[in-house]
Design a protein around this ligand. Structure first.
Ligand code: SAM
Length: 228
C-alpha cells in the first residue's frame, strides 16, 4: 500500500517514505559516534534531510518561530538572530515567514549549510561547532539565539563554557530558545548546567512551551531563557 506520508521529489521523481525517514534518523542519531563521524553523516545525507523531516511531521521549526513571533510582536526587522545547529535552515524558513530578516546560521556540517545556501536562508554562514571553543562572534551580537534539535548526544555533553559562550554573544535582555524532546531536559547534565547559569544570574528561564508532533507522538519543549 502507498505510504500516506511519502514525499516525491519534483526534481528527479524519486520518492521518500516514512520508513526511509525512520531509517535515516536512526543513522543520524546512532549512539556512540565520534564528532567527526557524526558531521560526516550529516554531510553525506544533507540532501535527504528535509525530506526526512517532512515525512516525519517535524514541527520544531514552526513551534520556535511561533514562540519568537510572540516574544517580538513588532520591529522584527531589527531583531538579529543566530540559529545555532542550523542544519539546512528549516528554522530560518519558518522564522522568515513571520517577518524576521536578519538571521545567521551556525553548523559544523558544510553539507547542511550548502543546502541552506541554495535557498539563501542566512546572511552569515558560520561553519563551526558548539563545544568548549570560543566562537568567532563578537560579544552582544544577537537579540535571539535559537538552538533547535541539536543532536541529543551533543546537547547532553555541552559544557558550562558553551552555555556561557551562547550568553556572551547574546545581547542583555535578549532571548535564548532551546528546543528539543521534552524528556531531554530531564537529563541531569543538561538540567544542572541550565540551572547553574540561572543560579549565577546569567539568564532566567521565563517560559516553557510544548508541542506534540501528531505523526510521531513526540512531545517537544521550547525553553525560553532571558539573558541578564
Ligand atoms: C537534527 S539537525 C537539526 C537542524 C535544524 N536545527 C533543524 O531543526 O532542522 C542537528 C544539527 O546539529 C548539527 N550539529 C552536530 N554537532 C553540532 C555541534 N557540536 N554544534 C553545533 N551543531 C552541531 C548537525 O550538523 C545538524 O545539522
Amino acid at each position: 500500500m502507498e505510504d500516506e506520508h511519502r514525499q516525491t521529489s519534483q526534481k528527479d521523481g524519486t520518492s521518500f517514505s516514512l520508513e526511509d525517514g525512520k531509517k535515516l534518523l536512526e543513522f543520524l542519531v546512532e549512539k556512540g559516534l565520534d564528532n567527526d563521524t557524526l558531521i560526516q553523516r550529516y554531510d553525506e545525507k544533507s540532501e535527504d534531510y528535509n525530506k526526512m523531516q517532512t515525512v516525519r511531521g517535524y514541527k520544531a521549526p514552526t513551534a520556535i518561530a511561533d514562540t519568537l513571533a510572540s516574544l517580538y510582536p513588532s520591529n522584527r526587522e531589527n531583531v538579529q538572530i543566530l540559529d545555532a545547529a542550523a542544519g539546512t535552515g528549516l528554522v530560518s524558513v519558518e522564522v522568515r515567514k513571520r517577518g524576521f530578516v536578519h538571521i545567521d546560521g551556525l553548523d559544523p556540517s558544510e553539507g547542511m549549510l550548502e543546502e541552506a545556501k541554495k535557498s539563501n536562508l542566512y546572511e552569515r554562514y558560520i561553519c563551526d561547532f558548539l563545544g568548549d571553543n570560543t566562537l568567532d562572534i563578537a560579544d552582544d551580537t544577537y537579540t535571539v539565539l535559537t538552538l533547535v534539535s541539536l543532536t541529543s548526544e551533543i546537547l547532553k555533553k555541552l559544557s558550562i563554557k558553551c552555555y556561557e559562550e551562547l550568553v556572551r554573544i547574546t545581547k542583555s535582555g535578549g532571548h535564548i530558545l532551546i528546543n528539543h524532546y521534552d524528556y531531554i531536559f530531564d537529563s541531569d547534565d543538561i538540567k544542572g548546567n541550565l540551572a547553574h547559569l540561572e543560579y549565577r544570574g546569567m539568564w532566567k528561564l521565563v517560559d516553557k512551551q510544548y508541542v506534540v508532533e501528531k505523526q510521531n507522538g513526540v512531545r517537544r519543549c521550547t525553553c525560553v531563557y532571558k539573558v541578564a
